[in-house]
Design a protein around this ligand. Structure first.
Ligand SMILES: [Fe+2]
Length: 158
């Protein structure tokens, strides 16, 4: 189920695209966030018996547009960018691409519930927002999701 070559191919392409960011600190923050969300997504998908490889890939690509362009409607724009990246690699089926595109398209909709793979990406994103600043409580928008996630993982923080 897990193909590191495919993961590396996506990472290479994503990090090349992030090369557009002129500011080094900004670039580092982008790589740190995307990598963290990819790893959390991998763990959550494994725990929920979903596809960890596609979850990881969704994490790597999810905010690529926001970091290289602007945040407004970045979920929709990012899903289109991700679709282009995955198609150009020629190593993913259309069905696999659809899973990643759906997760990225819905990931800003933290209050709603979508497909299980979409939920993995949202939860992983919320988790990294929290762990990037653990002394601040999660935003109102993220809080119910964060509480649910904490219960699922039986973690006793915040
Ligand atoms: Fe994010």
């Amino acid at each position: 189920m897990l193909n590191m070559d495919r993961i590396h191919a996506v990472e290479n392409m994503a990090f090349t695209i992030l090369g557009e960011i002129a500011d080094d600190v900004e670039k580092m923050e982008a790589v740190a966030h995307l990598t963290a969300v990819a790893k959390f997504s991998f763990l959550l998908a494994s725990r929920r018996s979903l596809n960890p490889e596609l979850a990881y890939i969704s994490g790597i690509l999810h905010d690529l547009y926001a970091f290289t362009h602007y945040r407004r409607e970045h979920a929709l724009h990012g899903s289109i960018l991700a679709s282009g990246v995955l198609k150009s690699l020629n190593i993913f089926t259309q069905q696999e691409i659809d899973v990643v595109v759906s997760a990225i398209k819905h990931h800003s909709d933290k209050k709603k519930e979508h497909d299980p793979m979409d939920e993995v990406l949202k939860d992983a994103d919320v988790m990294d927002h929290f762990l990037s600043d653990p002394f601040q409580s999660p935003s109102m928008k993220d809080y119910p999701r964060f509480r649910k996630l904490k219960n699922e993982l039986e973690i006793l923080l915040a």
